[in-house]
Design a protein around this ligand. Structure first.
Ligand code: HEC
Ligand code: HEC
Length: 369
């Protein structure tokens, strides 16, 4: 589904300079983001699941979904990269060519409206950081020595009233998530767009296939071009929702969670956007993922069913023509128009994978090692 970034025009074009120092609230947010003392039991921070070395996603590429601070409890979804998350527009609906589309929002089903709304949810989630209550969170923040930083930034007694304190905690974390550290635009592909690097023959072929409507057609949902009007580099997502017909993942450790945390056991199915909107016409739809840093963030898809990029591209290529692919997790609303039988050769699949690997940040550092 092609949707152009005009819907995000309220965002400023990205800051050009690299690695600028963080301001006070970004620094506070960063400290909180990396602080493993806050979880209950202690030992897990945001960064445990959103690790900078792994495109701010989970470091263990073998795990479909992450274990929370409490051992043996798993989340239901694969941890996404949160790089470039600041460009996600608030959840909204648009009409394009007479068709209604849902766009933006946070989490893979769009259930949180803003980055601030999202920020403290993992802390209070029993299968994530497991903190019992907002009051508990505030006590932990005080015990960990952050009160002065909060007062300096947000004013005297910033942590006194629960509602305000939670708002400031969310604000600081969201500020860090919007900082240049999570949106450096420093991949080989960015250097190529700026005329400062060459893509190899295979990477260039991959880019062409990625964009060609009669070939990969990937850019229909994962836009790859600089937006000349806004000056935005491509984000490789149009923030819409789709059901790709991804197979269920029988190895998702969430399925073995105690009943309290997974009522349906192995029969569990993830309706994504459909459950949020309580609309079966949206069942099985998930937010289009950014492909920036995708080489670092295996496994893939909302349920982590695919372990390699080659497997992902092969799935797009032969979902409908090769019986080896298991049935869709959610059979309704599967997109049959834009994917499923792309007729790409094996070399073409490899070329697309090679192109995807140019989207990893810190290209300069990678090459000067
Ligand atoms: C136990 C692992 C885990 C921890 C800890 C964790 N997250 Fe996440 N995070 C996830 C998963 C899984 C998702 C996707 C969940 C979903 O869609 O329902 C996610 C989604 C997100 C998103 C939304 C991404 C998007 O595309 O909309 C943001 C932002 C985020 N996390 C930030 C944080 C912050 C900030 C913290 C710390 C306060 C944190 N996470 C802690 C696993 C984790
Ligand atoms: C119709 C829209 C659409 C098209 C076309 C499309 N994608 Fe996607 N892509 C999505 C959606 C939606 C997701 C998330 C699906 C999910 O998690 O169930 C996704 C997820 C992915 C992921 C996994 C992301 C992650 O973090 O787990 C990769 C890799 C990917 N796409 C690559 C491609 C490539 C390569 C092509 C072209 C061959 C392509 N996509 C074409 C919509 C699309």
């Amino acid at each position: 589904m092609a949707l152009f970034l005009s819907s995000c025009s309220s965002n400023q074009p990205p800051v050009k300079k690299q690695a600028s120092a963080l301001n006070a609230s970004e620094q506070l947010g960063k400290a909180l983001f990396f602080d493993a003392r806050l979880s209950s039991p202690a030992g897990q921070s945001c960064a445990s699941c959103h690790s900078p070395e792994h495109g701010f996603s989970h470091p263990d590429s073998k795990l479909a979904t992450a274990e929370g601070a409490a051992k043996g409890l798993f989340g239901n979804r694969n941890v996404p990269s949160i790089t470039y998350i600041k460009f996600t527009p608030e959840f909204h609906k648009v009409t394009e060519d007479g068709e209604s589309l849902h766009v933006g929002g946070f989490f893979l089903d769009g259930r949180e409206k803003t980055l601030e709304d999202q920020a403290t949810k993992p802390m209070l989630n029993p299968v994530e950081m497991g903190i019992a209550s907002e009051q508990d969170l505030i006590s932990k923040i005080k015990e960990s020595g952050y009160e002065k930083m909060f007062n300096d930034i947000y004013g005297k007694d910033a942590l006194k009233e629960t509602k305000k304190a939670v708002q400031y905690i969310s604000q600081a974390i969201a500020d860090y998530e919007r900082s240049v550290e999570l949106a450096p635009f420093s991949s080989k592909y960015d250097a190529y767009l700026a005329g400062k690097a060459q893509l190899s023959q295979q990477e260039l072929q991959g880019l062409k296939l990625f964009e060609a409507e009669d070939k990969g057609n990937c850019a229909a949902c994962h836009p790859s071009k600089l937006d000349k009007e806004s000056g935005f580099p491509p984000l490789f997502t149009d923030f819409t929702y789709d059901n790709l017909g991804v197979p269920a993942n029988k190895n998702n450790p969430f399925l073995n969670n105690p009943k309290k945390y997974n009522l349906h056991g192995h029969a569990y199915k993830d309706n994504g956007l459909g459950d949020i909107l309580k609309d079966a016409n949206e069942n099985g739809k998930f937010k289009v993922s950014t492909l920036r840093n995708i080489a670092l963030t295996a496994p893939y898809m909302h349920n982590g069913v695919f372990s390699t990029l080659k497997e992902v591209v092969s799935f797009y290529n032969t979902r409908d023509s090769d019986k080896k692919w298991a049935a869709a997790e959610i059979k309704q609303n599967v997109n049959k128009d834009e994917l499923g039988d792309l007729k790409l050769s094996d070399d073409e699949v490899e070329a697309i994978v090679a192109f995807l690997k140019t989207l990893t940040d810190d290209y300069q550092t990678q090459t000067t090692h």
